[in-house]
Design a protein around this ligand. Structure first.
Ligand code: KG4
Ligand code: ZN
Length: 343
């Protein structure tokens, strides 16, 4: 079975061909980072225009790389939400048009379900498992029970973790996207994570929720207190490292709460999966690994290019849905807001 997957919900225009034998025949990703960089964040209108400009080329490239034609496909899957409406409309319309013209089934894929199921494409992974989804738009702990069956154990009450990295990088004037810029700063100037005492948000709260906007305010107050003459790269690296330490401590604490929930213990969950751009963070990965060893669980981190937004995850979610006989009608409406537990 071969499925074409289209992803356009944020700032990556991507298309992939994936088989039900877990072969990624192609996964072409065009990142719009350079377009949005000067604004310090994704500009929805620019993103939508760029998606519509590049989508045809990316689709053709992915078919050529996979050496298949439209007629070889068994179905077409396209991201249909949640995300920036302009981009979602572009990808979904392209997917529907290909499905209609070639008389193939169409599958409207939830972007978060794409992230949630990726680890089953890269690993031999059985349900149920826990997923930490951490990107620029989402920070959630999800119990993945089966295809289409998800329970959100915790999510953020304000900013996502990636957003906190981006905003802190802006305050430190080190560029966009913030996560990689902050990691580089810490590495280059040997940032000391114990230099400043920033409290990890939600620490030991009796739930699995996240919050990051208060931490961003702690960073802003700290920067304002420092004499401008002392704001050298080493000082910035110390602030960045202290910030990163607080984020990671908070995340580990929240996941540990989820691990210790009685229903999670009863389910005897064996695996923790991580997905989303923030999953690239080395400190977070290291600490997640330690946490899983402590709780006797496997830590599964798909390759970075499959953790961030890509067409292969949409194609794979399409395959998983198709196997269950789930397809969508061509009048499926785009859903800018589409919580994963509403599937
Ligand atoms: O999943 P993603 O590529 O796009 C969406 O937000 O959907 O995630 C991007 C986010 C950005 O906020 C970026 O700063 C963050 O992931 N990020 C990181 C790292 N690499 C990317 N955050 C921390 N450490 C990193 N190494
Ligand atoms: Zn994403």
């Amino acid at each position: 079975m071969l499925v074409l997957g289209i992803e356009t919900s944020c700032d990556e225009t991507s298309c992939a061909v994936v088989s039900d034998k877990k072969e990624i025949l192609s996964n072409v990703v065009f990142s719009q980072i350079d377009l949005h960089k000067i604004y310090g964040g994704v500009v929805p209108e620019l993103a939508a225009r760029a998606h519509s400009e590049y989508i045809d080329k990316i689709i053709i490239d992915s078919l050529k790389t996979a050496d298949v034609d439209f007629c070889d496909l068994d179905a077409v899957a396209a991201v249909s939400g949640p995300g920036l409406i302009g981009g979602v409309v572009v990808g979904m319309t392209a997917g529907k048009a290909i499905a209609l013209a070639n008389n193939k089934p169409f599958i409207a894929v939830n972007h978060l379900e794409g992230h949630a199921l990726t680890a089953r494409l890269t690993n031999d992974l059985e349900f149920p498992y826990l997923l930490l989804l951490t990107s620029g738009g989402h920070t959630q702990i999800i119990l993945v029970k089966s295809v289409g069956n998800y329970e959100i154990l915790g999510s953020t009450i304000d900013d996502a973790a990636g957003e906190a990295f981006d905003k802190t990088a802006k305050l430190l004037e080190v560029g966009y996207p913030g996560g990689p810029a902050i990691e580089k700063l810490i590495e280059e100037y040997a940032g000391d994570e114990n230099k400043y005492n920033l409290s990890p948000p939600m620490f030991n709260k009796p739930n699995a929720m996240f919050s990051f906007s208060g931490l961003k305010t702690q960073v802003r107050n700290l920067i304002e207190k420092i004499n401008p003459d002392d704001k050298d790269n080493k000082t910035k690296a110390d602030i960045a490292a202290s910030f990163q330490n607080a984020v990671v401590k908070s995340m580990i604490n929240r996941i540990e709460f989820a691990f210790n929930r009685s229903d999670i213990i009863d389910l005897d969950i064996k695996n923790l999966v991580v997905a989303g751009g923030v999953a690239a963070n080395k400190k977070l990965r290291g600490e997640l690994n330690n946490l899983c060893s402590k709780h006797n669980k496997n830590f599964i981190a798909p390759p970075f290019k499959l953790c961030t937004d890509n067409g292969a995850m949409i194609a794979w979610a399409g395959i998983e849905n198709l196997r269950k006989g789930k397809t969508s009608s061509l009048d499926f409406k785009p859903r800018p807001r589409w919580p994963i537990d509403e599937l």
